[in-house]
Write a protein that binds this ligand. Structure first.
Ligand code: PLP
Length: 378
């Protein structure tokens, strides 16, 4: 069931007595806001939000129970709940607690990496398009950014990125990549890391695995084992996607002990609140919930892909909870038309201005959204 306001309120057992005000639920996704935070009005009621790669079904039952149980700790700083989540993450990945760094969403991890490893003399290498937050942080901090276009198949151009890594402080490698939904398998990642090493032995490599749980490609593997063995590799993960907690804000890094120590001072302090910590701790090992969300995503994604392919559009490979579709024309008027009809789709991702990114909602939402799209594309 999608997390309607009513469902969320009843799941928390609050009785819906005005405790949660409408604006909390009316806002748009953090991810969509990155480009146009102030320019975009709050979402009208009933908007189908397919613009921020969120999980439309929300957290699992265990998370709601944990949130309820944690209300009584709201007056305390989150020391113990932080420790509980670190222990749960370490157990889940078979790593030591000292390998885990918590973040207020994985966004905080990305910022920490840019702050810790880039400087005015040590640039950031990123892709175009990819998740733009690291580049945005770097530019704000006055750190140079080198951006490498994706190739003709919308894949990150790994060799070109490695070739730009000489003297870089950090390379941002989003695997799977947002917004192109492509992924590299384990062998390709290992080969690429070796290439970067040859070009620039001291450059740190940040591997963003925000969409890890949605990958079906059997050649893909998490880079966490590489991060444990190599102090130059950091893996970031989030509770915002398959776990359905984008609004709660929790993420983490797995890194070698020395690298984790380098990152810790750049944390906000206690940047993850007690409710998010409790929900994340309860959810990380909830294999049943993860499997359910994977299945729901797969089904609604297959339905959406079939809609576009039947209509004659090219749909990119997708190892995530979103699809890229080549409309073969400027996607902006289509986006505007969808918005007017109550469906928010992804923003433009230059230079791919003819490609539309659509996040996968519930099956019901995708059935409604494809009808709106049919009209917008006519
Ligand atoms: C690739 C990628 N990394 C990181 C994030 C940030 O997510 P969060 O801060 O919610 O963990 C996003 C958000 O959409 C993303 O797409």
């Amino acid at each position: 069931m999608p997390v309607s306001r009513r469902h969320f309120v009843s799941a928390l057992g609050l009785g819906g007595a005005g405790l949660l005000s409408p604006p909390l639920f009316g806002g748009r996704g953090h991810e969509a806001r990155l480009a146009d935070w102030l320019a975009t009005p709050a979402a009208p009621a009933g908007l189908i939000r397919l613009d921020s790669n969120e999980n439309p079904n929300g957290p699992g039952a265990r998370a709601f129970d944990a949130i309820r149980a944690m209300f009584g700790e709201a007056n305390r700083y989150p020391g113990d709940p932080e420790r509980a989540l670190i222990i749960a993450i370490a157990k889940q990945h078979g790593v030591a607690e000292e390998n885990v760094v918590l973040g207020c969403g994985s966004s905080e991890i990305l910022r920490m990496c840019v702050e810790a490893f880039c400087s005015s003399a040590q640039h950031l290498v990123t892709a175009s398009p990819t998740f733009e937050l690291p580049a945005n942080f770097a530019r704000t901090m006055g750190r140079p950014v080198v951006s490498v276009p994706v190739d003709g198949k919308l894949r990150l151009d790994l060799d070109a990125m490695a070739n730009k890594s000489g003297g870089a402080g950090l390379i941002f490698f989003c695997n799977p990549n947002n917004p192109t939904a492509t992924v590299y398998g384990d062998a390709a990642v290992r080969e690429w890391v070796a290439h970067v090493r040859r070009e620039s032995p001291a450059t740190r490599i940040l591997i963003d695995e925000a969409y890890h749980e949605y990958v079906d490609d059997p050649t893909y593997k998490s880079a966490i084992p590489m991060a444990l063995a190599d102090p130059n590799i950091i893996v970031s993960r989030t509770f915002s996607k398959v776990f359905g907690m984008a609004g709660l804000r929790a993420g983490y890094a797995i890194a070698h002990r020395d690298t984790a120590r380098r990152l810790q001072p750049w944390r906000l302090g206690s940047g993850v609140n007690v409710l998010a910590l409790a929900a994340a701790t309860a959810s990380i090992s909830d294999a049943e919930h993860i499997a359910l969300e994977q299945r729901r995503n797969r089904e609604a994604k297959a339905f959406t892909r079939a809609f576009f392919e039947k209509a004659g559009y090219e749909v990119g490979v997708s190892e995530t909870n979103f699809l890229m579709i080549d409309l073969k024309r400027d996607m902006r008027p289509v986006r505007e038309a969808c918005r007017k009809d109550g469906v928010a789709v992804g923003r433009p991702f230059p230079p791919l201005t003819t490609w539309l990114r659509i996040s996968i909602g519930t099956m019901d939402e995708m059935q409604k959204a494809t009808e709106v799209l049919r009209k917008a594309l006519a």
